[in-house]
Design a protein around this ligand. Structure first.
Ligand SMILES: C[S@@+](CC[C@H](N)C(=O)[O-])C[C@H]1O[C@@H](n2cnc3c(N)ncnc32)[C@H](O)[C@@H]1O
Length: 341
């Protein structure tokens, strides 16, 4: 089946040869720290210790003012950001303004791919039409089961699976250029259900894939030399995190984080006080990048699994380039390097 494909793009550049970047590949503008699910494998299942929720414990939606500012500042980079993701760890559709945000970004002349990861459970007739008409570039739907009962068990939420399926069919029918990708966690499938998943969903999406559960939120499996990512591919354990070099995160209150690690306490700044470009090129971020190259990471990076899970192909691994990148960081500091395309 030609639609059975993971949701990442395969035409990748060798990161080690082009870092550091003057323009991020991905800016995450977190539309919603809120989520309507409590998936068993997610930090949200631990409701007793909300400290583990990091900055998501605020449970906020982004304000329109912060969102507008983020968009204006994205335009200040010397090149086009490749992707603007409107979702982080929460459920973006908790924010009804996603279609309005997509339109606003496009009206501002930004050509970046606009994407969300969503559980799709909050789609209704109006939301389907609005999203389809806004022509968002990519929607990655995370399924958590193939029945209402499975949803109750895995995400402790009342989801009518037949209705969810009907809504996704409508979205696929009404969309214009949007790429709809559907994925499911292996732990959400019963024995023999993989084929059922592909049979049900390949007719109503552009790509479908079964992903593996990985220890994102815990520092397990440290004593192995290799590790499987969520796409089932095995790579050597990484020491340098590629994500921190190509992605930046704007939280709902305008705070800027260097990566998607929720428990990272120090922020790089706030877009109300400094522009995103200044923060991207600023000494605090540069110091973090250099420390990655020197393998002198802050504790939070050492314990973090994101660096393993950000490896989708050999091109993403930067350990062998860390000395070169370090030298380029020292000599080119200030964002003088232009992204190679
Ligand atoms: C945390 S959700 C947030 C975005 C949105 N609410 C959604 O459902 O897609 C992001 C994605 O990460 C996946 N995910 C969360 N924890 C995971 C883990 N331990 N292993 C693999 N994937 C995980 C989820 O299944 C989902 O596809």
């Amino acid at each position: 089946m030609e639609k059975v494909m993971p949701s990442f793009d395969k035409n990748r550049q060798k990161l080690g040869e082009i870092l550091p970047l003057s323009t991020p590949f991905t800016v995450i503008i977190d539309a919603s720290e809120r989520c309507n699910f409590q998936c068993s494998y997610c930090y949200r299942s631990n409701t007793k210790n909300k400290e583990n929720w990091g900055y998501a414990k605020r449970n906020d939606l982004i304000t329109w003012e912060i969102f507008e500012k983020a968009v204006a500042q994205i335009k200040e980079f010397p090149e086009e950001v490749r992707q603007i993701s409107l979702s982080n760890h929460g459920e973006p559709l908790c924010n009804r303004k996603i279609p309005q945000m997509v339109r606003y970004i496009k009206e501002n002349g930004i050509k970046s791919r606009i994407s969300i990861h969503t559980n799709a459970s909050l789609l209704d007739e109006d939301y389907i039409t609005e999203l389809a008409e806004a022509d968002i570039d990519r929607i990655v739907v995370s399924l958590q089961g193939l029945s209402t009962e499975k949803y109750a068990k895995i995400c402790r939420a009342a989801v009518d699976f037949e209705q969810l399926y009907a809504n996704l069919s409508k979205l696929y029918k009404r969309k214009k250029h949007t790429q709809v990708y559907v994925k499911i966690m292996n732990c959400a499938l019963d024995d023999g259900e993989e084929e059922k998943f592909y049979n049900l969903f390949t007719p109503i999406c552009d790509r479908a894939f079964v992903e593996q559960e990985v220890p994102i939120w815990k520092g397990e499996e440290k004593d192995t030399n290799s590790i499987s990512n969520k796409y089932g591919d095995t790579f050597a354990m990484q020491q340098c995190c590629p994500l921190i070099f190509h992605t930046i995160v704007i939280a709902t209150n305008g705070d800027v984080y260097p990566c998607t690690q929720l428990l990272r306490e120090e922020i790089l700044g706030n877009i109300n006080e400094k522009s995103l470009r200044e923060i991207w090129n600023g000494s605090q971020r540069m110091e973090l990048l250099k420390r990655q190259c020197e393998l002198n990471n802050p504790q939070i990076c050492d314990d973090c699994y994101i660096k393993q899970n950000s490896i989708y192909s050999d091109e993403d691994m930067i350990d062998d380039y860390r000395r070169e990148i370090f030298l380029r960081l020292k000599t080119e500091e200030g964002g003088k390097i232009h992204n190679a395309r």
